[in-house]
Write a protein that binds this ligand. Structure first.
Ligand code: KG4
Ligand code: ZN
Length: 325
């Protein structure tokens, strides 16, 4: 079964063809990131206009790369929410029109649930691998993106139950805001990740609220601690790399501890991590190590499927379609 996925929730315009919810035949992503960088964040009106300009060409390229004709698609899947309304509406209208014109079912997918599902995707080179057998449900999902930091208990692909989330900033949002404080540009995650690697011994540290007794997160305090530190040391100077490293240590240690604790509480043997922050090198290594020590297997998507992409949408849609048929 070939499903065409369309993802336009923010500044990425993506189309992808996924076979049987598992094998990614194509995944084309265009981004308007450069148009937003000078503003230090995403400008919704610009993002929406670019979505409109890119959607046709991105979809045509995804179909061509997959080598699948429009008539041979089994369904069209699209991100329904959450996201920027002006961006979402472009993808939704495009997908609805295509589904109507081709007389194929339209499957609407939640963007955050799709981020968790990204861990089950493989590319053509790994097509023999079935990650659903390696990481069978029920699992715990952790989504750490620019807009969300949530823990899910997933018993079936129709039942993603949120049982922990951020009370304020999302993890990626904290990275972006700290990068802005440090004048590192937008987005902040990749550059902070890279700068943090250069620090071995760090005499700087920041607290991150443990939110003890809950499954929730809070990242606005650590961001404020960074702001106050830079203000206090504005005259004497400070090491940007050490601040980046201390901030990252603080965020990663909370994510690692709370997500593994969540798996133990839910008696889940596997943890699926998704969203842009899942690309973070320290999170990937620390979480894998800490989880293994507690008998939990962790699955991170390949880098291409951490950021916003349509493959995760087409992949999850397969389970919605097959079980509703
Ligand atoms: O999932 P995503 O592409 O978009 C949303 O749905 O929000 O995530 C984007 C977020 C940004 O906040 C970005 O700074 C963060 O992911 N990010 C990272 C890294 N790469 C991207 N955060 C930490 N480390 C990274 N390597
Ligand atoms: Zn996302």
């Amino acid at each position: 079964m070939n499903i065409l996925g369309i993802e336009t929730s923010c500044d990425e315009t993506s189309a992808s063809v996924v076979r049987n919810g598992r094998v990614v035949l194509s995944n084309v992503v265009a981004t308007s990131l450069k148009d937003h960088q000078k503003f230090g964040g995403i400008i919704p009106e610009i993002a929406s206009r670019r979505q409109f300009e890119y959607i046709n060409i991105v979809t045509a390229r995804a179909m061509e790369t997959a080598g699948v004709a429009l008539k041979d698609l089994d369904a069209i899947a699209v991100t329904e929410s959450p996201g920027l309304i002006g961006s979402l509406v472009v993808g939704r209208t495009f997908a609805l029109s295509l589904s109507y014109a081709l007389n194929k079912p339209l499957i609407k997918v939640n963007h955050i649930e799709a981020h968790v599902y990204a861990g089950y995707l493989v590319d053509k080179t790994e097509s023999a691998r079935d990650l659903l057998l390696e990481f069978p449900l029920p699992v715990v999902g952790l989504v750490v993106s620019g807009g969300h930091s949530s823990l899910f208990h997933i018993r079936s692909f129709h039942s993603f139950r949120v049982f922990g989330q951020t009370r304020d900033d999302a993890a990626g949002e904290a990275y972006d805001k700290v990068a802005r404080i440090l004048n590192l540009g937008y987005p902040g995650g990749p550059v902070i990740d890279q700068l943090a690697q250069s620090v071995q011994d760090n005499d700087v540290s920041f607290p991150c609220a443990p939110m003890a007794g809950t499954n929730d997160f809070s990242f606005s305090g650590v961001k404020t601690a960074v702001l106050y530190y830079t203000q206090r040391h504005a005259k004497s100077g400070f090491s940007v790399n050490k601040v980046a490293n201390a901030f990252q240590e603080s965020v990663v240690s909370v994510l690692v501890r709370k997500s593994v604790d969540a798996c133990l509480k839910k008696k889940a043997h596997a943890l699926l991590v998704g969203g842009g922050v899942a690309a973070n090198s320290t999170l990937r290594s620390r979480l894998t190590e800490h989880a293994a020590a507690h008998g939990v297997k962790v699955r991170f998507p390949s880098m291409a499927f951490c950021m916003d992409n349509a493959a995760m949408v087409a992949g999850l849609a397969y389970h919605k379609k097959t079980s509703s048929c």
